[in-house]
Design a protein around this ligand. Structure first.
Ligand code: SAM
Length: 322
C-alpha cells in the first residue's frame, strides 16, 4: 500500500524552503537531514520529489567532509527508528547479515518488493527507481544474454563458474526461459544463507547447479570453464585485491572461454543515495581503469580485453577472451 498523506501547510512550507535555499548551495548538511525528516513525516517522497532529493544527495556527498557525511547518515537512519529494517534501504543500512549487498537485499531488488509498512513503502519505491537498482536488474539480463549466446554456440554442456553467486535469481530465470540449453553452474558463495535461499528458489534446477560454500580466495579447482562470471563482488575490492583475484581466475578459463567481471562505473548517479541512506560504499571504476587492471593481472594483449555496460551505463563488465 502506498501512503498518500495530506501534507500540512507547515510541511509544504518546509519543503519549499529547502528547495529555495538548497539552490544557493550554502546550507549545512543538517538542512538535508531535516528535509528528509519532513519527507518521512509526509509518508515518503513522491515521484515529483525524486529528482531534487537525488540532486541534493549527490551535491552534499561532494561538499561535506566524510566524517560529517557519515554522521548525517546515522541521523537519517534514526529518523526511521526500529522500523527501518522493514524497508530495503533499512536492510541495506543495518546489514543484518554483517555486510553490504547480501543475497536478500539483492533479490528484493530483482523482485522490486516493497514494504507492507505504509510509512516505508514510498522509500522502497524511491530505492527501486535509482539508476544503480536498475543497473543491478539489468546485469541479470546481461548475464542471461551472455549465457544464451554461449550455450547456443556449442554442443554439449556449457560450464560456468559463478563467483559470489548470491540469490541465483539469474540462474533460475535463465533455466526457466531457456530449457533447451545445457548449462551447468558451479557457484562459489561465502554466505550459507545465500546458498540456502538459492537452493530453495532453484529447487527444480538443482541437477544443473553445484554450490561451494567457500570464500573465493580459498576456492581451488583444477576444472576449467567456458564462462567465469562475477558481479557484485569486485567493486568491494581495492586494486591490489582485484588484480590478485583476476589473475587467479584466469587459470579457471578454458581456451575459447571468457572471464567477465562486473564493476560499478565512475559517475554512478546513485552514489550519494547509496552512501547516505544505505551506508554502502563501493570502488567505482572507469573502463580505462578496468583495462589497466586486466593488464596488471597478466593479460598483455589488450585486444583480448573489452569493457561492456548494461543499459543504464552504471554497471560495467570487464571481458577477457581466452
Ligand atoms: C552483491 S551480491 C551479488 C550476488 C550475485 N552475483 C548477483 O549479482 O545477483 C554479493 C555476494 O557475494 C558474496 N561474497 C562476498 N564476498 C565473497 C567471497 N570472498 N567469496 C565468495 N562469496 C562472497 C556475498 O555473500 C553475496 O552473496
Amino acid at each position: 500500500m502506498v501512503l498518500t498523506k495530506t501534507q500540512t501547510n507547515e510541511q509544504i512550507l518546509l519543503k519549499q524552503e529547502f528547495l529555495a535555499t538548497y539552490r544557493q548551495k550554502t546550507l549545512p548538511v543538517n538542512a538535508l537531514v531535516e528535509y528528509i525528516q519532513v519527507l518521512y513525516d509526509c509518508g515518503g517522497p513522491n515521484e515529483t520529489e525524486y529528482e531534487l532529493l537525488n540532486d541534493a544527495l549527490n551535491y552534499y556527498r561532494k561538499a561535506v567532509p566524510l566524517d560529517e557525511w557519515k554522521e548525517a547518515s546515522r541521523q537519517v537512519a534514526a529518523i526511521y527508528g526500529e522500523d527501518f529494517i522493514d524497508s530495503i534501504p533499512g536492510h541495506a543500512f543495518l546489514k543484518p547479515y554483517g555486510y553490504a549487498g547480501d543475497f536478500s537485499v539483492i533479490d528484493k531488488m530483482y523482485l522490486k518488493t516493497t514494504s507492507t509498512n505504509p510509512m516505508l513503502t514510498n522509500w522502497d519505491l524511491f530505492y527501486h527507481q535509482h539508476a544503480a537498482a536498475a543497473a543491478v536488474r539489468n546485469r541479470k539480463t546481461f548475464f542471461k544474454n551472455v549465457l544464451t549466446e554461449r550455450a547456443a554456440n556449442r554442443e554439449g554442456s556449457c560450464e560456468v563458474l559463478d563467483v559470489a553467486s548470491g540469490p541465483c535469481r539469474d540462474l533460475l530465470e535463465f533455466m526457466d526461459e531457456q530449457p533447451k540449453h545445457n548449462v551447468h553452474f558451479d557457484c562459489v558463495e561465502a554466505d550459507i544463507k545465500a546458498i540456502l535461499h538459492a537452493t530453495e528458489i532453484n529447487a527444480k534446477h538443482l541437477p544443473n547447479i553445484r554450490f561451494y560454500n567457500q570464500n573465493i580466495f580459498r576456492f581451488r579447482t583444477e576444472k576449467q570453464y567456458d564462462v567465469v562470471w562475477s558481479a557484485g563482488l569486485f567493486d568491494y575490492f581495492d586494486d591490489r585485491t582485484f588484480t590478485k583475484l583476476v589473475s587467479r581466475l584466469i587459470g579457471c578459463v578454458k581456451p575459447g572461454g571468457e572471464l567477465i567481471i562486473g564493476n560499478f562505473a565512475v559517475g554512478n548517479p546513485t552514489e550519494g543515495y547509496m552512501e547516505l541512506f544505505l551506508d554502502w560504499y563501493l570502488y567505482h571504476r572507469s573502463p580505462e581503469q578496468l583495462v589497466r587492471l586486466a593488464q596488471a593481472a597478466g593479460i598483455e594483449d589488450a585486444s583480448r580485453i573489452r569493457v561492456d555496460q548494461e543499459e543504464a551505463g552504471v554497471n560495467l563488465f570487464m571481458r577477457i577472451q581466452f
